[in-house]
Design a protein around this ligand. Structure first.
Ligand code: FAD
Ligand code: DHB
Length: 389
């Protein structure tokens, strides 16, 4: 098999890249190791930055998002039993975010790809990328029990943190931090208890109230990194959420039947560079952020927009200028998201070895954000998203 751009992975990065290339008349093949149902059900991110929303619309993939997604103009910070709303449009000149789940973004992009785009092969596992430094890179893969080779002009590793593409970038440097806690995430059939997201700092640990629709709540609890989700009964989860969200006013948490429950580890990770010859890394294949700032999916979108532009520029002009700038261009934005995600994580989570001094500092940082327009604007600008490219 032969194509112009071989894409490994049908997560948000791989699917959107295929769509952007298709719209520009560049052919691609997407190889995905899992089946379609698995990719469409994997519960992950829920917040789209303004820039991501704009990109999906421009790519012709925003129709259902505009119908079913929930525009959010702010978040609530909760600490010391107090509540503070951060008003995004007022602080950023009109920017907001959209609550529209990663599962739905993937469903929309898969449907478009199968209808209009190039081949998208499920249960096709990439085994290795070969010849990245030549002008004929190849992906060895296994599909329906047989090994095959995809010959390409360019290969893009959109295969997530555990993929194979990164291994084909020699002499890379990695920067990493793991955290001694994770998130226990639940999905519950109950109307969200608040109409915007609530990020809560509590001495017992962080809690986040989010949503998937007007009738489905998504909630997260900080738990120790080695937590087994089965150790948490539904009642224990609701009791703990209630404690961490408690306020001095009459706010109450609505409870409902759980439909999903799982633990996500937290990690910061960057691999530099994001390119070797004709192999590019995009999204989680190159970098991971802890989820507190809701940046993971949005970073993946920024990478593939930058890469699509570079490949289109190369096709139109023959110039490698943007391709050569790809890694550095993406990494500038990646490191801003790493910084913000780290700041949000350390602002809101209780480290197991935190001293009383550090706990007080967290509250002081929160009080600074809620009392200084400059500090609050800094948060709002980062949360609604850094410019792409
Ligand atoms: P992925 O979505 O990981 O997609 C990679 C794809 O490649 C997968 O479909 C995988 O099956 C496929 N693949 C892997 N190896 C191969 C191979 N060898 N051959 C073929 N295909 C392969 N972000 C947030 O903002 N908020 C959240 O709440 C949040 N929760 C998360 C929970 C979990 C458990 C994880 C893992 C991530 C979470 N993230 C969250 C991060 C966000 O979901 C990711 O940043 C986003 O999915 C990145 O998209 P991607 O396309 O780069 O990678
Ligand atoms: C969600 C996840 C996040 O990491 C976040 O910061 C906000 C919302 C979510 O899954 O809804």
């Amino acid at each position: 098999m032969r194509t112009t751009v071989g894409i490994i992975g049908a997560g948000p990065a791989g699917l959107l890249l295929a769509r952007l290339l298709h719209n520009a008349g560049i052919d691609s093949v997407v190889l995905e190791s899992r089946d379609r149902a698995y990719v469409e059900r994997r519960q992950r991110a829920g917040i789209l930055e303004q820039g991501t929303v704009d990109v999906l619309r421009e790519a012709g993939a925003g129709e259902r998002m505009d119908r079913e997604g929930l525009r959010h103009d702010g978040i609530e910070l909760r600490f010391d039993r107090r509540r503070h709303r951060v008003d995004f449009p007022a602080l950023t000149g009109g920017r907001s975010v959209m609550v529209y789940a990663q599962t739905e973004v993937c469903k929309d992009l898969i449907a478009l790809q199968l209808k209009e785009g190039g081949p998208l092969l499920f249960e096709a596992e990439a085994l290795a990328v070969e010849g990245a430094e030549t002008d004929r890179p190849r992906i060895r893969f296994r599909h329906q029990g047989a090994e095959d080779v995809l010959e390409c002009d360019y290969v893009v590793g959109c295969d997530g943190f555990w993929g194979v593409a990164r291994a084909a970038v020699p002499d890379g440097r990695t920067f990493e931090r793991t955290y001694p806690f994770g998130w226990l995430g639940i999905l519950a059939d109950v109307a969200p208890s608040h109409d915007e997201l609530v990020y809560a700092r509590h001495d017992r640990g962080f809690a986040l109230l989010s949503m998937r629709s007007p009738s489905v709540s998504r909630l997260y609890l900080q738990v120790p990194a080695d937590t087994d989700a089965d150790d948490w009964s539904d009642e224990r989860i609701w009791d703990e959420l209630e404690r961490r969200f408690e306020t001095d006013d009459d706010w109450t948490l609505r409870r409902g039947p759980l439909t999903q429950k799982s633990v996500t580890p937290m990690r910061s990770y960057v691999h530099e560079p994001m390119r070797h010859g004709r192999l590019f890394l995009a999204g989680d294949a190159a970098h991971i952020v802890p989820p507190t700032g809701a940046k993971g999916l949005n970073l993946a979108v920024g990478d593939v927009v930058t890469l699509a532009r570079a490949l289109v520029h190369r096709t139109a002009t023959g110039s490698d200028e943007l391709i050569d700038a790809y890694s550095a261009t993406c990494l500038r934005r990646v490191w801003q998201a790493e910084r913000f995600s780290y700041d949000m994580t350390t602002l809101l989570h209780t480290a197991p070895d935190a001293t009383p001094f550090e706990n007080r500092l967290q509250v002081a940082r929160l009080e600074r954000i809620t009392s200084s327009r400059a500090a609050e604007t800094d948060l709002a600008e980062a949360y609604t998203g850094f410019p792409i490219g």
